[in-house]
Design a protein around this ligand. Structure first.
Ligand SMILES: [Fe+2]
Length: 313
């Protein structure tokens, strides 16, 4: 093999031994086509934003005239209803039907409706005042009954203002407090509850001082009043304090003495009384920002019910 051949082979082998990467082979870039003149782009429609859903209604349910430790009482059955319905609970007074002692609360109320104490706001009834000062009532409920010894207070529930009054004592100081409480509330919808009814077709109407409660609430544009004391269920058309139907601005009154105590008779249908019944159960309200619905939920075995709706004013 001649020298020239050796040199030529060396030249051929050399690139294989080099660490240098082979230079990329560049190709000429294809010519970009000239884009056509841009068409004007119409402004984009803003994406459709769905309306926010209305705030959920607050469920507010309960009754009055509830617990006793004898078999004549149906508070076990109405408490079983509460077990199945979420929401805030009102107890309209005579929550214990005995003499209102500590033992009545511990032995009779607590095992039934007392299961739901942490979501209950009570009014105080006449049975509780069988013990001077209704002391066992205030001891049992603590802060949930408002200031001790008073039995009246208020709170907000969703978009509603709720007022609890004491229909047994302290009327004069409540008139002043109620007017100020309502004046300070910016809420469109207001509901008040206490124990004795002002409107009832039974013989269990409360004391005449209650008329002022109704007048003050009416002037402030309140919407719904709940009471108990008359054992049974009654619903009235919206009406003025004087008992004139006023569908636009009247207050709708309910008597819900259906929590478990034995029933009272109705003597006759009072004016504007729309529904009267003897059935154990609870009244279930759904409180929306500008309206409410109601439904009487009976215990199993009862067939009575009552439903409807109203608007706040
Ligand atoms: Fe009562």
């Amino acid at each position: 093999m001649g020298l020239a051949v050796v040199i030529a082979m060396g030249a051929l082998l050399a690139p294989a031994c080099s660490d240098e990467p082979a230079a990329p082979v560049s190709e000429p870039a294809p010519e970009e086509p000239t884009p056509p003149p841009a068409e004007p782009v119409p402004p984009e429609e803003p994406p459709e934003v769905p309306e926010p859903p209305p705030p959920a209604a607050e469920v507010f349910l309960g009754a009055g005239d509830i617990a006793g430790c004898t078999t004549r009482f149906f508070d076990e059955a109405t408490a079983d209803l509460l077990d199945t319905i979420e929401g805030t609970i009102f107890a309209l007074g005579d929550n214990v039907q005995g003499p209102g002692t500590d033992a009545d609360f511990a032995d009779c109320y607590h095992p039934t409706w007392g299961r739901h104490k942490a979501r209950t706001w009570p009014a105080v009834g006449n049975h509780e005042y069988n013990v001077p000062g209704a002391e066992p009532h205030f001891a049992y409920w603590g802060a949930r009954a408002g200031p001790a010894g008073k039995g009246y207070y208020s709170y907000d529930l969703g978009s509603w203002h709720i007022v609890v009054l004491n229909s047994n004592i302290l009327f004069e100081e409540q008139y002043e407090w109620l007017a100020a409480d309502l004046a300070a509330s910016p809420r469109l919808c207001t509901l008040a509850y206490w124990h004795h009814p002002w409107f009832t077709s039974s013989t269990y109407q409360g004391p005449e001082e209650l008329l002022r409660f109704v007048e003050i609430l009416d002037r402030a544009g309140a919407d719904v009043v709940l009471t108990g004391h008359a054992h049974g269920y009654e619903r009235f058309a919206p009406q003025t304090p004087e008992g004139e139907v006023d569908e636009e601005r009247g207050i709708r009154h309910f008597v819900v003495g259906t929590g478990g105590a034995p029933f009272h008779r109705f003597k006759r249908a009072e004016p504007n009384s729309e529904v009267r019944a003897h059935a154990y159960g609870v009244l279930k309200l759904e409180l929306s920002p500008d309206r409410y619905t109601w439904e009487f939920v009976p215990v199993p075995g009862e067939t009575f019910t009552d439903q409807g709706e109203g608007r706040c004013h």
